[in-house]
Ligand binder design. Structure first.
Ligand code: TPP
Ligand code: MG
Length: 382
């Protein structure tokens, strides 16, 4: 059941979660120390997964591939000086897409740093995403956000604040509002990184979530790094999931590179929240394979041979591809063809959005005050 993790070497010793019911029936501490897994690194299933069908498996795989391909193009654009900044989710696609697949259209998403793929999975268009990265005239935020801070009103995908951990009180607040409004049947997904759990906002928010039993699914992507701060100096707790117990919030912990396990823990937590069962805290154990962002060089502060282990052996796409091919749900060469199709689509979007040009200068004065002040009027005229 329990899979001890050795982040320093990257080793995952022992599989877990073969018996789903046994894991979920465990007490809080067992669940917070355990690691739920359904799909092993070699693409074999730990046990039967009766709800798994081709359609879901393909949605998960296609969603992960979309992020992988899009991120690679965006990093290339950044290196070519065509966009200012980018932060990839490489190696974390299963955590992103597995959790997104557990959300329903009426739910609200309050993302942190690496969840743009949740927005894309829920239906934010690539054109809108690209417009927001270029900050052009088609950008709904009118070019006022950094790249990687997208929003999408149609899919209840809220723009994030850059300040680490501020998203958690936002998520709990949204969920509390749902509860006060008697808005049953929907919930909020609030994301954070491992670093986010050391901020005061985390403790304040999870306390409110526990006390008010707000319909929120708090999801920590523990990618074991917060820029250059490794997990071992981030917290003295044995697992991040253990922290939730003190706040009366039930914890779950899963292999974040296993899209099936991620989907299952998030789906259970979301169903609980939507049916009045209150909040859940989920730790998804993964690894930040890429640099923190386009402004970072991890070779200066970490042993990249560990990164290589995660890149080569724990790739979330690889294990899903093996599963799909083994079941005949993906033909030989189909993944490569799909990647090429996605890349062509991304390139077309880039061409379209790069041609749009910046927002009109006068838009600088919009949206601040309902009635512009005399000072703004004066500036507008000059
Ligand atoms: C309050 C605050 N402090 C510092 C920063 C600078 N900063 C940006 S991301 C980051 C690390 C975040 O790590 P984590 O929460 O683990 O998320 P990850 O980047 O690993 O996804 C830091 C320190 C910030 N944006 N906000
Ligand atoms: Mg992190």
């Amino acid at each position: 059941m329990v899979a001890p993790i050795e982040p320093s070497t990257g080793a995952v010793t022992g599989a877990a979660g073969a018996d789903a019911d046994a894991y979920f029936a465990g007490d809080d501490e067992a669940r917070a120390r355990g690691l739920y897994q359904l799909l092993r690194e070699d693409g074999t299933l730990v046990g039967e997964v009766p709800w798994l069908d081709r359609a879901l498996a393909r949605r998960l795989f296609d969603g992960m591939l979309t992020i992988r391909v899009t991120d690679a193009r965006m990093m290339a654009l950044q290196r070519q000086g065509r966009i200012g900044f980018y932060g990839e989710a490489m190696g974390q696609e299963a955590a992103v897409v597995g959790s997104a697949a557990a959300s329903l259209p009426d739910d609200w998403i309050i993302p942190a740093l690496r969840e743009a793929g949740v927005g894309l999975f829920r239906g934010m268009t690539l054109d809108s995403y690209l417009a927001q990265i270029f900050g052009n005239a088609a950008d709904p935020s009118k070019g006022r956000q950094m790249p990687c801070h997208p929003c999408d009103r149609a899919t209840n995908y809220v723009v994030m604040s850059s300040c680490v951990s501020t998203q958690i009180p936002h998520a709990v607040g949204v969920a509390m509002a749902m509860k006060i409004a008697g808005d049953a049947g929907r919930c909020a997904f609030g994301y954070m990184g491992d670093g986010g759990t050391s901020e005061g906002d985390f403790h304040v928010a999870i306390n409110f979530a526990g006390v008010t039993r707000a319909p929120v699914v708090l999801i920590c992507q523990n990618n074991q790094w917060a820029i250059s701060t490794p997990g071992k100096v981030q917290t003295a707790a044995e697992t991040i999931a253990l922290k939730a117990i003190g706040y009366g919030v039930p914890p779950l912990r899963a292999d974040g590179n296993d899209a099936l396990a991620v989907y299952e823990v998030c789906r259970r937590a979301a169903e609980r929240a939507r049916s009045g069962g209150g909040p859940t805290f989920i730790e998804l154990l993964t690894y930040r394979v890429s640099a923190h962002s386009s402004s970072d060089d991890p070779t200066r502060y970490r042993d990249e041979s560990v990164t290589e282990i995660w890149r080569m052996r724990r790739d979330p796409l690889h294990r899903m591809k093996v599963l799909l091919e083994g079941r005949g749900w993906l033909a030989a060469g189909e993944a490569e063809a799909l990647a090429a199709t996605i890349e062509a689509r991304v390139r077309e979007c880039i061409a379209r959005q790069e041609a749009v040009g910046p927002p009109p200068r006068a838009s600088l004065f919009e949206d601040v005050f309902e009635q512009p002040t005399w000072l703004l009027e004066e500036q507008r005229r000059s």
